[in-house]
Design a binder for this molecule. Structure first.
Ligand code: MSP
Length: 511
């Protein structure tokens, strides 16, 4: 049977400052899901990148005194480096200043012109440069003599200029019909309801070009205008598949996208504008947009201006990347806002990784090394409890797949760590050290079942803590081709009689 394809994306990040924990969070979520789909047997295309046009970037570059492209090159490089530091398994990194993207945006624009969805008029209204978004009068308020957007708190300014408009108003009904017939198009459902309520109020046409600055992709045949940065940015998901060449392999294999992972602050762009642009251009819609919550520090959104930023690079240097990945996925309930702190990070590393999973591997491997000449024993009795332990996990695979297909990362990770807890208990209760003196066959069976369970837990942990889980699978000599769900469900005796590799400490306890 041919393998199925799966296309997943992160938001593309503004290279306006150094990457922070919020960016790391979006990317880690997408990476965990991408890696899970791979172990499930899919060909996965995983895209991330940087969103480099618009007034916000132009102004940041001016402030730094650098030429805009050079400014983008430097910061985009930091985001690219971050993909390595976060151990992302992305297949591509797109920059909106690349030629492939430019071509793709021009093509979308031309399609919208041809379909009659774009017209020329004058824009008058409020605009936030920080959000690169337009706001209606009822979406702003006065604060200390300044006008700010209620939703984001960013300052808005009055803009009046010639502008092309997209006929968004004519797409409301079709969008609502799409949400209705595809109830999982926007997830989680609380976010979906927000969007539906907003669209039901009726949509205004959207200004999709600007004339007051030049850092962007010029409107074809009218270079006085540059294309609105969100129409430009959203198209990255297509440019990376070589759109408009729809007959190419990338596009035909991976479009429509299966999953756009985004933060809740950019839901409107992905769940309203993007599908409307695509419908108007007659391009199939992505299957799902998942809007995750914010990472909070001291109960507030992490931001430069508040000064409550936890630097991912510092944390990774002090505690390790698997540790950070595990913590973010376990601690923050996906879809909701979640508070993170150093104290809880340390607790999580000690409780779940060092004392639970790490300890399980360590004690079982050391026992085998000491008592079985370092060789994993064979099952010699039908140890009921051991079989129960391993069957419980094996029989739950479909449910775990279902959880991941609904992006329920928290329940997934809690189930896996519970398996590890149960395995520690099984090891304690079975007392292989006593069995050594009384029932060697039973001891061997206990060790057989527990190593089998460690292998299966490690496979399930691969998407979240790939470095550590692979270390364990290396120690167990599990073939690379079986480091996936087949390696769990396959009934062959994969481990017995294999010698254990070098055992090393997986997770150090932290103070
Ligand atoms: N460039 C746009 C996205 C274009 S996608 C076609 C953008 N960039 S961003 O750099 O400002 O933010 C990118 C993502 O990081 C957003 O999804 C945003 O929600 C996420 N985060 C930024 N700060 C965050 C937190 N404090 N917590 C969690 N994620 C947040 O928007």
């Amino acid at each position: 049977m041919p393998r199925k394809n799966f296309y997943i994306t992160t938001p593309i990040y503004y290279p306006s400052g150094s990457p922070h924990m919020g960016h790391a969070y979006s990317s880690i979520i997408a990476d965990v899901l991408a890696r899970f789909k791979r172990i499930e047997g899919y060909n996965v295309h995983f895209l991330t990148g940087t969103d480099e046009h618009g007034l916000k970037i132009q102004r940041e570059a001016e402030k730094s005194g650098k030429e805009t492209q050079l400014f983008c090159d430097e910061i985009s490089k930091k985001f690219k480096n971050l993909t390595k530091i976060l151990n992302l398994s992305n297949n591509d990194f797109i920059r909106t200043t690349e030629m492939r993207h430019h071509k793709s945006v021009e093509s979308i624009w031309n399609k919208l012109i041809q379909s009659g969805d774009i017209y020329l008029d004058k824009y008058k209204g409020w605009y936030s440069i920080s959000d690169e978004a337009y706001y209606d009068e009822d979406e702003i308020k006065d604060l200390n003599g300044e006008k700010i957007a209620i939703s984001s708190g960013s300052i808005v300014e009055w803009v009046e200029e010639d502008s092309f408009f997209f006929k968004l108003s004519s797409w409301s009904e079709k969008l609502l019909a799409h949400y209705k017939s595809n109830p999982k198009f926007i997830m989680p459902s609380s976010r979906r309801n927000e969007v539906v309520r907003f669209v039901e109020k009726g949509l205004s046409d959207l200004s999709v070009s600007r004339t007051s600055f030049s850092w962007g992709i010029p409107v074809p045949k009218n270079s006085k205008h540059v294309i609105y940065v969100w129409l430009d940015a959203l198209t990255n998901y297509l440019s990376a598949l070589d759109f408009p060449d729809t007959s190419c392999k990338l596009y035909s294999n991976y479009w429509p996208a299966d999953l756009h992972i985004i933060g809740k602050d950019i839901l409107r762009f992905h769940a309203i504008y993007w599908p409307a642009f695509l419908m108007a251009a007659n391009i199939p819609l992505p299957k799902r947009v998942f809007g995750h919550g914010w990472i909070l520090s001291e109960e507030k959104k992490m931001s430069k201006s508040i000064g409550n930023i936890l630097d991912p690079l510092e944390i990774i240097e002090n505690y390790g990347i698997d540790q950070l990945r595990y913590y973010l996925i376990k601690e923050v309930s996906l879809g909701n806002d979640g508070n993170i702190s150093l104290i809880n990070l340390k607790k999580c590393i000690n409780n779940d990784l060092a004392n639970n999973y790490g300890n399980l591997c360590q004690r079982v491997f050391s026992f085998i090394k000491k008592n079985c000449s370092n060789k994993i024993p064979n099952k010699e009795t039908n140890s009921k409890k051991g079989k129960e332990l391993t069957d419980k996990l094996k029989n739950n695979i479909e449910e775990l797949v279902e959880l991941m297909n609904n992006q329920d990362l928290n329940t997934y990770i809690k189930s896996i760590i519970d398996y590890s807890f149960d395995s520690n208990k099984y090891f304690n209760d079975s007392e292989p050290w006593s069995l050594k003196k009384t029932n060697l066959k039973e001891m061997n069976s206990v060790l057989f079942f527990i190593t089998e369970q460690i292998k299966n837990i490690s496979i399930l942990l691969l998407p979240v803590i790939p470095i550590s889980a692979n270390k364990v699978l290396d120690i167990l000599n599990v073939d690379k081709s079986l480091r996936n769900l087949t390696g769990i469900t396959k009934n062959d005796n994969l481990l017995s009689n294999k010698e254990l590799g070098n055992i090393e400490i997986l997770f150090k306890k932290v103070e």
